[in-house]
Design a protein around this ligand. Structure first.
Ligand code: S3P
Ligand code: PEP
Length: 436
């Protein structure tokens, strides 16, 4: 658990530089899990050294997987095979990571042994029935505390495949079912009304598991074998997002962001910012480790408010907090709808952003599934992040343009997804300081 840390974000310089943000969190979690269950040795490069992904690595190590760290951002994993994990009576601590806990719930549902998954204060408040209900339909037995963690996963259950239509757009739920499906008799099919990130599907295919998938659909059957493979993790679009908004709003800026993952289910913010008038070019598009990547060149441009197309929301679910900042300094009004899922993230991100923006003088009206934001000038103020990494980094961006410093309480969880943000930001023109 990290200690309490507050930041102040002051007026910045025009942002300049060539940055590579850390590895993708979603891909890093999945690469650990699939490599652990594979036959043979996998080498992961570009691994996110964040607290969330390290927590997943520690859980797998507790389950008997040998994981080496030859260098920062690298892991070498000796796969134990589909049935080679060893049970432990110790609780498995997922830290702050919803992804870790929900995917592991699916993976552990198929084991011969019992396990208990726990998390930090924020994770302990996040809804788990979205995974435990469909897993129960597959024959899993998982006890919760009224739908919240800890999760006690009973081993030795015979799982069977189901055909399941997701009630909410969630790659975590889809992935939990597919991971349980590896252990199930028959076919597991997941249908998504709104397609979500397909890293689990792509990576299962790369590890040699037969799977059929297209946007909004995935189907696999159980009892095949995963074969070790090397994984190159792209830079995390969600981390790049803070710099995309920062360079867009800060006059005189030009930032180059290299090798950013551009999976189409992640790039909603790019489209939204362009609709607002942003000047973002994608260059050198290529494939790396089965994922599209590219370099982004972001120049300052005057932004105007938009009605955010609802169809973009699932493709930018983690980027909405920083879009709120872009909207708060844009010309005119921005309307965000269809984003109720934000209320069940590390904090209630609609409420937390609305309170934070009001604290720095912005005009924002909260709605059940979004917000109406009137662009204008931001003032000095103090913002409570509720220990939510994306809120903390979003207000660090806001401080660039505010008329006085913005104090951001409780920034230690930035290390869950973006270790080194503070230094990288200060290196390209931010003025972030640690507050007493
Ligand atoms: O599958 C994943 O890696 C993730 C899915 C999203 O969550 P939901 O599945 O709850 O939408 C996202 O918010 C999270 O940061 C990572
Ligand atoms: C919601 C997030 O992550 P998780 O669900 O894994 O905690 C996030 O990183 O913004």
């Amino acid at each position: 658990m990290s200690s309490r840390l507050d930041w102040q974000s002051h007026a910045g310089q025009p942002l300049r530089g060539n940055l590579r943000v850390p590895g993708d969190k979603s891909v890093s979690h999945r690469s650990l899990m699939l490599a652990a269950l594979a036959e043979g040795r996998s080498h992961i490069r570009g691994f996110l050294e964040g607290e969330d992904t390290r927590a997943t690595a520690a859980v797998l190590a507790q389950l008997g997987v040998h994981i080496e760290t030859p260098a920062d951002g690298e892991r070498v994993i000796e796969g134990v095979g589909l049935h080679g994990l060893r049970g432990t009576t110790h609780a498995l601590d997922c830290g702050n990571a919803g992804t870790g806990m929900r995917l592991l719930a699916g993976l552990l549902a198929g084991q011969a042994f019992d396990s208990t998954l726990i998390g930090d204060e924020s994770l302990s408040k996040r809804p788990m029935r979205r995974v435990t209900d469909p897993l129960a339909q597959m024959g899993a037995k998982i006890d919760t505390q009224d739908g919240l963690p800890p999760l006690h996963v009973h081993g030795g259950q015979n799982l069977h495949g189901i055909h399941y239509t997701l009630p909410v757009a969630s790659a975590q739920v889809k992935s939990a079912l597919l991971l349980a499906g590896l252990y199930a008799e028959g076919e597991t099919e997941v249908i998504e009304p709104h397609p979500t990130r397909d890293y689990t599907e792509r990576m299962l295919a790369a590890f040699g598991w037969p799977i059929v998938f297209k946007p909004g659909f995935a189907r696999l059957s159980g009892k095949h074998t995963l074969r070790a493979t090397d994984v190159d993790v792209p830079a995390d679009f969600s981390s790049a997002a803070f710099f995309m908004v920062a360079a867009s709003i800060m006059p005189g800026s030009e930032l180059h962001l290299s090798a950013v993952g551009l999976n189409p289910r992640r790039t909603g913010l790019l489209h939204a910012l362009r609709l607002m008038g942003a000047d973002i070019r994608v260059e050198n598009e290529r494939e790396s480790g089965g994922e599209p990547v590219g370099d982004l060149i972001v120049r300052h441009a005057p932004l105007h408010g938009i009605e955010l197309p609802e169809a973009l929301v699932p493709d930018m679910i983690d980027e909405l907090p920083v879009l709120f900042i872009a909207a708060a300094v844009a010309k005119g009004q921005t309307v965000i709808r269809g984003a109720a899922e934000l209320r069940v993230k590390e904090s209630d991100r609609i409420a937390t952003m609305a309170a934070g923006l009001r604290a720095v003088g912005a005009a924002i009206e909260e709605t059940p599934d979004g917000a109406l934001i009137q662009g204008g000038t931001l003032s000095a103020g103090t913002v409570v992040s509720h220990g939510d990494h994306r809120i903390a980094m979003s207000f660090a961006v806001a401080g660039l343009l505010a008329q006085g410093p913005i104090r951001i309480n409780d920034c230690s969880n930035v290390a869950t997804s973006f270790p080194g943000f503070f230094e990288l930001a200060n290196g390209c023109g931010f003025t972030l300081t640690q507050a007493d």
